[in-house]
Design a protein around this ligand. Structure first.
Ligand SMILES: Nc1ncnc2c1ncn2[C@@H]1O[C@H](COP(=O)(O)OP(=O)(O)OP(=O)(O)O)[C@@H](O)[C@H]1O
Ligand SMILES: [Mg+2]
Length: 279
């Protein structure tokens, strides 16, 4: 299964990682009809607890609590957890609070890396610093790096009027998701319901954001498969002077000639039919 793997991460607490993780998982499951697995990598386990205790859904959850501390061990275990379980769902979402001790190499396990951020000046600066530390992941030339998405989160009506992203210089390119608006009712949904169950501006903004994430996933997967195609093309080019490839190209030329002749006779035939019909 070509699972879409999404990491929701930031170094800053309280920006809405767990809210986005739990609600996005339920959206993929119920609005996009995808088998969804949430692997909660946060020691607090808020997003997995939310899903496990709220009204029933088909989202599968796992909460990974490292029993042996140490960053190297964490990286190996968490990576293994993602790889072992990715085949059981079409969409895999992970919720993680980043610490500078973690190895950004881990992000390569995912297709999309989503960083929720509020748009206040102070928080955008913190996000900027975080991106500076992990930028090499997205600039890597080995393999296909994940796609970086910034998600403006808890955005107030007043903030919606501003344009904080064009004013700030970010250290690397990213896709900007539609903002999720601030709504105090979100607090009451925790362990009860989900944003899609609740009518109001937050639902509209969340659905736009979730759809954009899904589209980004499709684009990322397409880019990934086209790169694979290029590699296989290269393999053909690399071997173009072998005996086998010379034989194959002769065969192809022969087939092409036969095809062109068939097409010619067919067009003669269709001309004949047309002339009969027009009589
Ligand atoms: N769109 C929103 N509008 C209003 N409040 C929100 C919104 N999204 C999240 N919150 C509230 O903000 C608080 C932090 O949200 P959440 O727990 O999702 O953040 P987090 O980044 O996972 O935090 P932590 O780092 O502690 O794990 C919660 O009380 C939550 O109810
Ligand atoms: Mg959290």
């Amino acid at each position: 299964m070509d699972t879409l793997k999404i990491l929701i991460v930031s170094q800053k607490g309280g920006v809405g990682k767990s809210t986005l993780s739990a609600n996005l998982a339920v959206w993929f499951s119920e609005k996009s009809f995808k088998q969804t697995l949430l692997i909660d990598l946060d020691p607090h386990g808020s997003s997995s607890q939310w899903i496990d205790n709220a009204r029933s859904s088909n989202v599968l959850t796992q909460h990974y609590v490292p029993n042996e501390f140490g960053e190297r061990r964490w990286l190996i275990d968490a990576r293994q957890k993602i790889r072992k379980n990715s085949h059981i769902a079409e969409v895999l979402i992970s919720d993680l609070t980043w610490t500078s001790a973690l190895d950004p190499e881990f992000m390569h396990e995912f297709d999309l890396v989503i960083v929720p951020t509020s748009v206040s000046t102070i928080e955008l600066s913190a996000t900027n610093k975080f991106l500076e530390n992990i930028r090499w992941v997205f600039e890597s030339r080995t393999g296909i790096p994940p796609t970086l998405l910034l998600c403006p989160s808890r955005v107030t009506e007043k903030e919606l009027l501003g344009d904080p992203f064009s004013k700030k210089d970010f250290p690397l390119p990213f896709l900007l998701l539609p903002p999720i608006v601030h709504d105090d009712s979100v607090r009451k949904l925790f362990k009860n319901n989900f944003i899609i169950d609740f009518n109001g501006p937050i639902k509209q903004s969340f659905i736009k954001c979730a759809s954009a994430i899904q589209n980004a996933g499709v684009i990322h997967k397409q880019a990934k498969s086209s790169i694979k195609l290029k590699l296989s093309e290269r393999r053909v080019i690399d071997t173009h002077n072998t005996k086998l490839s010379r034989y194959m190209s002769k065969q192809t030329a022969k087939k092409e000639k036969q095809f062109i002749e068939k097409k010619k006779s067919f067009s003669g035939f269709s001309k004949l039919i047309n002339s009969v019909l027009s009589k």
